[in-house]
Ligand binder design. Structure first.
Ligand code: ZN
Ligand code: ZN
Length: 248
């Protein structure tokens, strides 16, 4: 049965070859040329949450406003701009889960920079930011869970998806300001008691204000987690970018 399914994929690829979601070249769902053109986040960055800054600062405005204490350290891999933007959009909204593996490579690049190898050596579980059950049913998968799974496999870490869940449905973060986002996700997550004493790594796809990631970390800390780190695939450049999908 499996080989018939594989034959089906093979024949589909012959007659309908995959096209790059960013440049439409035939052959790959995200071609090498586009993959290499993705802009990494570079200094200056906020030393706590890793968001790029226009000038070197001690902390970015979000971290200075508080509410981020539950997170030990966060880094963001890439800028949310072309050609990554259409790839994330396709992963998130166009039902193309096969994009998760090629996009997880950017987490691996961050993981090789200090101090991440030392941090990851002590991580007990990799936890994706959860989707509520209803949205999971609509989308068919949690894009952050696919990214976390691909990253955990590459780094030989334990994927611990069941350790954190959505306690309630939240409205989309799109169009909300920082304070509204924080309010929207407060107490939205529930951590399993198994996280007590554990060192955890949260994975998310897009980082705007970081309110979702902070709320996840808070739930894990309340359940006794010893440390909570975060790696995020992408964030808008420091200039205001209104076309961000938000922490959905
Ligand atoms: Zn391309
Ligand atoms: Zn910050």
């Amino acid at each position: 049965m499996k080989s018939i399914a594989r034959l089906g994929v093979y024949l589909t690829d012959i007659f309908f070859p995959p096209r790059c979601v960013a440049c439409a070249r035939a052959g790959f769902v995200f071609c090498d040329r586009c993959a290499q053109a993705v802009a990494p986040v570079v200094a200056p960055i906020c030393p706590h949450c890793g968001r790029p800054q226009l000038r070197p600062l001690d902390l970015c405005s979000n971290c200075r406003s508080g509410g981020r204490e539950a997170l030990d350290l966060v880094r963001v891999a890439t800028l949310y701009s072309h050609p990554l933007r259409p790839a994330i959009h396709a992963l998130k909204y166009s039902g193309q889960p096969e994009l998760a593996a090629p996009l997880a490579r950017y987490f691996v690049a961050v993981a090789q920079q200090p101090p991440w190898l030392e941090i990851l050596a002590q991580i007990d579980g990799v936890i994706p930011v959860p989707l509520h059950a209803q949205r999971l049913t609509e989308r068919g998968y949690n894009q952050s869970a696919l990214l976390a799974g691909a990253f955990a496999e590459r780094m030989r870490l334990k994927l611990a998806e069941s350790w954190l869940s959505r306690a309630r449905q939240t409205r989309s973060q799109v169009g909300l300001n920082a304070a509204e986002r924080q309010q929207n996700v407060a107490d939205a997550f529930h951590a399993d008691s198994v996280v007590a004493g554990k060192r955890l790594l949260l994975i998310d796809d897009v980082f705007t204000t970081g309110a979702t990631l902070a709320a996840c970390a808070q739930a894990l800390r309340q359940a006794g987690a010893a440390a909570v780190y975060g790696l995020v695939l992408s964030t808008p450049a420091p200039a205001i970018d209104d076309d961000t999908p938000g922490d959905v």
